[in-house]
Design a binder for this molecule. Structure first.
Ligand SMILES: Cc1cc2nc3c(=O)[nH]c(=O)nc-3n(C[C@H](O)[C@H](O)[C@H](O)COP(=O)(O)O)c2cc1C
Length: 488
């Protein structure tokens, strides 16, 4: 497990999974084009040592495949996230009967001890400390990713804010548009933790809130910032749990906030809630430019960093890009929690093409009529899942990760008159198709088998399947027919 980004980069280098680019490259568009090609071809993580002559190396494609996210999180595949999350959930209700159960419980309790972050006095991220006159936002190798972007952006920023009512921390990954040396725009969308803290502050009549922006730290914390944790759950606790090691935090100098001690670069400042500016356009993960919209201004007070920091970037655009793989990790981690809330849910798949909120496919253990429609309402009633535009519900035996099978079931199983449900609700800030900003229609598709009690005039037919004995017979005789082995 990696304590900081440099350790992860060194590990990738040892495994020949890193390519270092010494040739001078431009922060404007060139890096996006290179990284997009690397992600498409399953290429290596990249370290650009000379971005416009800047001395700070830019690291890219840190999370651009399932293997890369797994490596970064110190696991062998994303299903381990499901298991880890499931272990914690089952602590609540599992009966302890055997010695093995007891040992599992002890091991899980040990993990739970690691979740609380640890405050330290000395930190690598304080090796260099600058006032904005000496070093500021204009000195960072920030990228302009796409031709019509409104400027340069921090694309891999972990934003730490606090709920001013109960002082609980939130860490979210949001893009930040740099305006000048001291000012940047904080693109926390409505419904996100940072934006909720902004709303709490406004309710209390507060006009500026302390915010720390972390650029690079241990990869588990970086992923945790992008995970859709419920409000007031500390993302650093999640990171500590997954690492089986507490995250070390250190106090900031100019604001009342703690940041990971092993951060690469930390921007300390305040978000001014009475200073809204035009943010965008930005080539977004929808594959389209998100238009200009008003967001509050971050004002820099201090920058601290390691002596030789790295500057992480995450490129988004038409799927599939890095954000999909980070989201897949969240999907696997959150599934046991979802199943705990609604035990009828068997599995979920948010395909890359659906960019998280456009499509969710859910398989259920169907037992009663109208159940698929109930599940649609459940999805539309849960946290960020409430933004989902299209919910497809299928039976538990469907492999929902095989989109070909899902489309087949949708086609054969639905009568659009009976099986489509259209309703309305909150929409993602980025949705350009909705009739109103942040408010849209929603479509539920019930592609389950229709059972007793649901309107149907014909018997539901059996699905075609070959007899087991014939499959075995043909398997055994395959070579005897004179055929080559068929590659799976
Ligand atoms: C690369 C990347 C960029 C993101 N940019 C934004 C953004 O600009 N604004 C936003 O609200 N969410 C953005 N997100 C999604 C949030 O990080 C995600 O919804 C997270 O769960 C928010 O956590 P929070 O609700 O604790 O704030 C981004 C995610 C990734 C992976």
């Amino acid at each position: 497990m990696f304590d900081d980004l440099r350790q992860y980069i060194n590990w990738l280098s040892d495994k020949n999974l890193l390519t270092v680019v010494d040739k001078k490259v431009s922060s404007e568009l060139e890096i996006t084009e290179i990284v997009s090609r690397m992600i498409e071809s399953g290429g290596p993580t990249l370290m650009f040592n000379n971005v416009d002559g800047n001395k700070i190396p830019v690291v890219a494609n840190l999370f651009g495949s399932e293997i890369k996210v797994s490596n970064a999180l110190g696991i062998s595949n994303l299903n381990e996230l499901y298991d880890k999350s499931n272990d914690v959930i089952s602590l609540i209700d599992k009966e302890i009967t055997s010695f093995k159960d007891k040992m599992n419980l002890l091991s899980n309790l040990f993990h739970m001890r690691q979740i609380k972050p640890r405050l330290v006095k000395k930190a690598p991220c304080h090796e260099l400390i600058y006032d904005p006159e000496e070093f500021n936002l204009s000195h960072l190798p920030a990228l302009k990713s796409w031709p019509s972007d409104g400027g340069k952006y921090l694309t891999s920023a972990m934003v730490i804010s606090k709920n001013p009512i109960n002082n609980k921390r939130n860490v979210g990954m949001y893009r930040i548009q740099i305006i000048d040396e001291l000012n940047a725009i904080m693109h926390w969308q409505s419904y996100k933790g940072g934006s909720q803290n902004e709303n709490h502050a406004k309710d209390l009549g507060i006009t500026k809130i302390p915010v720390a922006i972390v650029l690079g730290c241990d990869p588990v914390s970086m992923w945790s910032a992008s995970a859709p944790m419920p409000p007031d759950i500390d993302e650093f606790m999640l990171a500590g749990f997954l690492r089986s090691k507490p995250i070390e935090l250190v106090n900031c100098f100019s604001i009342d906030m703690q940041v990971p001690a092993h951060s690469e670069i930390v921007l300390e400042g305040e978000v001014h809630l009475d200073d809204y500016r035009d943010e965008g356009p930005f080539g977004d993960h929808t594959g389209f430019y998100s238009p200009i919209a008003k967001y509050p201004t971050f004002k820099l007070k201090k920058i601290t960093m390691k002596k030789a920091p790295l500057f992480p970037v995450i490129t988004v655009g038409k799927p599939i890009k890095e954000d999909y793989y980070l989201g897949k990790a969240s999907e696997r981690f959150m599934l046991p929690i979802l199943k705990k809330i609604t035990s009828e849910i068997v599995d979920v798949n948010m395909p890359a093409e659906g960019i998280f909120h456009n499509f969710i496919i859910v398989s259920i253990n169907k037992k009663y009529h109208g159940q698929a429609k109930k599940i649609m309402h459940t999805i539309w009633g849960l946290g960020l899942l409430s933004l989902t535009k299209i919910v497809i519900v299928v039976d538990k035996w469907v492999d929902i990760h095989d989109l070909s099978e899902v489309f087949w079931r949708v086609g054969v199983n639905i009568d659009p008159n009976r099986d489509l449900m259209i309703t309305q609700g909150p929409a993602d800030d980025l949705d350009h198709s909705s009739e109103f900003y942040r408010y849209s229609g929603k479509l539920g598709i019930d592609a389950t088998e229709k059972i007793e009690g649901e309107p149907r005039v014909r018997e539901w037919p059996d699905e075609i399947k070959m007899n087991k004995e014939i499959i075995e017979l043909v398997d055994n005789n395959w070579g005897n027919y004179g055929f080559e082995k068929i590659n799976e």
